[in-house]
Design a protein around this ligand. Structure first.
Ligand code: WT7
Length: 665
């Protein structure tokens, strides 16, 4: 397969500082060398960080694929993000500029700036509270269900400080999803909030947490951040407000950072896969921080004068790595915004850039497409000329979205890349590298693999593809930042990532490598869809639907959407005695929201009497997918009943008809 779109303009975007520029060929040589000796290469990067104790071995590969980085080394994530800066002039530097969503006269009504010292104080007091009041010990799990408030990074850092493992559940997930994660992770305590501002409204969070807690009995204590005020039901003996609890801790409390081991777990973060329950990705400390240190510099080129804004939510890995640990470790000033990017008007994000003079901007294709739809005039209302570097993440970026942001904010000269990585990889692995060697940027590509990252594209049989041929993205050699395992399910870790091609990490994405060694990640090769950049297993939605008594069988597939990239559509076969109705559609939609969360909102439920299946009765999702996306279903010779394809097609066409008829505009 050849690369599917032509470059929108001159393919070379070089940084103002041309001295760093190099050719793709020169980079390829440097890269090859770094990969050949990847251990020594990564050890060099890790040596740039401060360790309490140096490692004995760079990589323990005695039990593949369970790799351990920097074994014997001791360090602490909270120390690296805070104590280290507090000892220097950065003590009074702003670490976080937080902006709440509500506005008056178009201006934010709440802005909190926390210096490194402020954050250091808060984290120490929290660590004190965790240790002495709640008796949380090294290795215990701290559950977090918080929206985008400054207390969220503080809790993560406090847990890391005492060697506890944290698990953050995105605040858009439902109570069932929260309970499942808290139970799997074995959380003993939960940090949550009374509510959050979202699109101009207060969303109550505590009632959702309460419902989850009914199903998560191991959680002994609940600490509630007061974000929106008002009345919140609190359970005596279990719940306590964050501010009241903290009041009892001396302002100057100091908790010695635990000498955590490099291969200790820092956090567990759940992510969707093809089947089964969400997978708890366990990230280590030493390898993970090494990758973040590298990428903050090579990819984001951060400097002390920067104001860095990553517009993701900390509930996802992007926020863990590139709002919390990466930027703080590098001593950067970061922006953190609570609410919707278009609230109260579509110029909110441009106003944030202007207000703080954002210079490095990390966002997503979905966000860009949303802004694009509202028009460039919303950007023009503000001065965004401080931006000197941009990247996006989460899904492939389409040329229109690329070109739009490049012009609207990038003034057609600012480096703008699409960084590829995933929850599993811990940090960016394939990207343009403005902070290192400036290889010419090619819009639409993800760029070359980072130094020390041995990425490749394989065919079905595991043979390396030639340049220009589509195949499966793999990472051949272990890298720092890779997962330790899937929490409590090491077998699954082996099967999912190392089962497809023995010995190499299988990412689950289709990719093409071009003649310059640049990668083009084309999308998922499995039954995972990316809705607004969020990863959803179609299986999760199907398992939710099947819990409704009317549903006999269902197939959920992703269909293209102008803004969100993809949205789920469900084809449903009803049990006998049930008939299709609008009411039933709504019930089915509600059940997915309840079981998974609002992120899983199904665009359409389509009732059919049969679904395309193989002779062994396996639903051929590929066929459903193609038809739902308006494409030809391809080879259907293994199909048991070809009429089923027609059914799916006509259900889908009827929907198109309705849409055109103006039902949903
Ligand atoms: C999947 C991982 C890593 C942070 C957010 C997503 C897709 C991610 C890109 C990109 C094309 C991308 C892949 C990947 N993806 N970034 N720049 N270009 N595709 O993390 O939820 O774990 O999802 O997102 O399909 O496998 P995630």
């Amino acid at each position: 397969m050849s690369v599917s779109w032509t470059l929108p303009f001159d393919e070379k975007i070089l940084p103002e500082d041309r001295s760093k520029s190099t050719t793709a060929q020169d980079y390829a040589k440097v890269h090859r060398k770094s990969v050949e000796d990847s251990r020594e290469f990564w050890a060099g990067v890790a040596r740039e960080m401060e360790w309490f104790r140096p490692w004995d071995r760079v990589l323990d590969d005695s039990e593949p694929p369970f790799y351990k980085w920097f074994v014997g080394g001791e360090l602490n994530a909270s120390y690296l993000c805070l104590d280290r800066h507090v000892k220097t002039w950065r003590k009074n530097k702003v670490a976080l500029i937080w902006e709440g969503e509500p506005t008056a006269d178009g201006r934010p009504t709440e802005v909190r700036t926390l210096t490194y010292y402020d954050l250091y104080r808060e984290v120490n007091r929290l660590a004190h509270l965790l240790k002495h009041r709640y008796n949380i010990k090294r290795g215990d799990t701290v559950g977090v269900y918080l929206p985008m408030v400054p207390e969220l990074p503080a809790v993560m850092l406090a847990a890391a400080r005492i060697g506890a493992v944290f698990t953050v559940v995105f605040s858009g997930f439902s109570s069932d999803a929260l309970a499942e994660r808290l139970n799997d992770a074995g959380a003993k305590i939960l940090f949550t909030a009374d509510g959050v501002w979202r699109k101009g409204k207060v969303l109550d969070l505590k009632p959702i947490a309460d419902r989850a807690l009914e199903k998560a009995p191991a959680v002994r204590n609940v600490v509630v951040v007061r974000r929106v005020g008002g009345r919140t039901a609190m359970r005596e003996g279990r719940d306590e407000f964050y501010d009241s609890a903290l009041k009892e801790v001396p302002v100057n409390a100091f908790v010695e950072p635990e000498r955590t081991k490099s291969e200790d777990p820092l956090y567990v973060l759940y992510t969707s896969g093809t089947t089964g329950k969400p997978k708890g990705q366990v990230h280590d400390i030493g390898g993970y921080l090494t990758l973040l240190h590298a990428t903050m510099n090579w990819v984001f080129d951060v400097r002390d004068t920067d104001v860095y804004w990553c517009s993701a939510d900390i509930g996802w890995v992007t926020g863990h790595s590139y709002i919390v640990f990466g930027p703080l470790m590098e001593g950067v000033t970061g922006v953190m915004y609570e609410g919707a990017l278009d609230c109260p008007a579509p110029d909110r994000w441009a106003s944030i850039i202007e207000r703080y003079g954002v210079s490095v901007f990390y966002t997503s294709p979905t966000a860009i497409r949303g802004w694009m739809r509202n028009g460039e005039e919303w950007v023009r209302k503000h001065d965004t000329s401080t931006v000197r570097l941009m990247h996006s993440v989460g899904e492939p970026i389409n040329p229109e979205a690329f070109r739009w942001l490049f012009k609207a904010v990038g003034r057609e000269k600012v480096p703008f890349g699409s960084t590829w990585w995933m929850t599993e990889t811990g940090g960016i692995l394939i990207s343009h590298l403005p902070g290192l060697h400036m290889v010419p940027m090619k819009p639409g590509t993800n760029g070359p693999p980072l130094p020390g990252i041995d990425a490749d594209v394989l065919d079905e049989a595991g043979k390396a593809q030639e340049a220009g041929e589509r195949g499966y993205l793999v990472i051949r050699k272990p890298w720092p930042g890779m997962p330790l395992t899937i929490y409590k399910d090491p077998k699954r870790y082996v099967d999912v990532y190392y089962g497809r091609f023995p010995g190499v990490f299988y990412a689950g994405d289709y990719a093409v490598k071009d003649e310059d060694g640049y990668f083009w990640i084309l999308g998922r090769a499995d039954e995972v869809i990316k809705v607004a950049g969020h990863r959803l297993g179609t299986y999760e939605l199907e398992s939710a639907l099947i819990q409704h008594p009317a549903v006999a069988e269902s197939a959920v597939v992703g269909v293209p959407d102008e803004v969100k990239g993809e949205v789920p559509v469900a084809f449903v076969i009803l049990r006998q005695g049930y008939t299709p109705s609008e009411g039933l559609k709504k019930e089915l939609n509600d059940i997915t929201r309840e079981k998974v969360g609002a992120v899983a909102a199904i665009r359409e439920v389509l009732f059919v009497s049969k679904l395309p299946k193989t002779r062994s009765a396996k639903i051929m999702r590929r066929v459903v997918q193609a038809v739902a996306a308006g494409r030809s279903p391809g080879d259907v010779t293994t199909l048991e009943d070809e009429a089923s394809v027609e059914e799916v097609r006509s259900a889908h066409e009827a929907l198109q008809h309705e849409v055109r008829g103006g039902k949903s505009s």
